[in-house]
Design a protein around this ligand. Structure first.
Ligand code: 13P
Length: 250
């Protein structure tokens, strides 16, 4: 069975003043039955890690550079994120693909860098609305998965895959439960074809895109949904906790 994971992505939100949300989160979930992660702006990782010390909350990052070090002004290497306390890193988020032109080959190189630094990767895939309307959802997701994993003969350690339809992110719109299930079944099959059934069975598959307290339980009821990657509703403990509770009782 895959681990169940409630992962938050704060995106470019939050300053140190907001880290009291971490205290509230760890206080609300002293011994969680699911894994809880918060992927934060790089500026907050070290202090958040200190605050979460001894608690069942993993702090993560939202991107890393593909190279281990060097002349890359403004970028951050995976080992530097790990040094600051990150245990997890989101890779290939659609906002990185759009804002920074990241393609599947670059996402694959970042995946390698993350693994080399011992970070647990959350690989994001997802179709645009135009791709969905054109009936190309699975084709697009297959390309993203294959592209990122092309150089991995064995599965990246601890791989987590997040299905995030671009058109559902921050919009309040979500795919139907059948549509979510179709993509998650496809992801499991693709990973199985690549790495075998035993390996694929243990890969947590997260859904992301407008997950809220009100829709979390029904989404977690979909087969092959092992958790969520949550944006806006992860910023406040009062929104994130009911999502964690819904996953716990799913
Ligand atoms: P929202 O939950 O705000 O739609 O964001 C989803 C997301 O992009 C998480 O990575």
């Amino acid at each position: 069975m895959p681990a169940r994971i409630a992962a938050g992505n704060w995106k470019m939100n939050g300053t140190r003043a907001d880290l009291d949300q971490i205290d509230a989160l760890t206080a609300a979930h002293p011994a969680p039955a699911v894994e809880i992660m918060l992927c934060l702006p790089a500026t907050l990782i070290a202090e958040a890690t200190a605050r979460a010390a001894g608690q069942a909350l993993r702090i993560g990052a939202q991107d890393c550079h593909a190279q281990p070090a060097g002349a890359h002004t403004g970028d951050i290497a995976a080992a530097q994120l790990a040094d600051a306390g990150a245990q997890v890193v989101i890779l290939g988020h659609s906002e990185r693909r759009t804002d920074h032109g990241e393609d599947d080959a670059l996402v694959g190189a970042k995946l390698r860098a993350a693994c080399d630094a011992g970070l647990r990767p959350i690989l994001c895939v997802g179709e645009s609305l135009a791709e969905r309307d054109a009936g190309k959802t699975l084709e697009r997701i297959g390309t993203q998965l294959d592209g990122a994993l092309a150089d991995f003969d064995t599965m990246p350690a601890g791989l987590v895959v997040a299905y995030e339809p671009v058109w559902a992110i921050g919009t309040g719109r979500t795919p139907s439960l059948d549509q979510i299930g179709e993509v998650h079944d496809f992801l499991r099959k693709q990973i199985k074809a690549r790495y075998g059934g035993a390996t694929a069975a243990d890969v947590p598959l997260l859904y992301g895109g407008s997950v809220k307290p009100a829709n979390a339980a029904e989404i977690f009821g979909v087969p092959n949904v092992d958790g969520a990657l949550v944006g806006g509703a992860s910023l406040k403990e009062s929104d994130f906790s009911p999502i964690i509770a819904a996953l716990t009782s799913s």
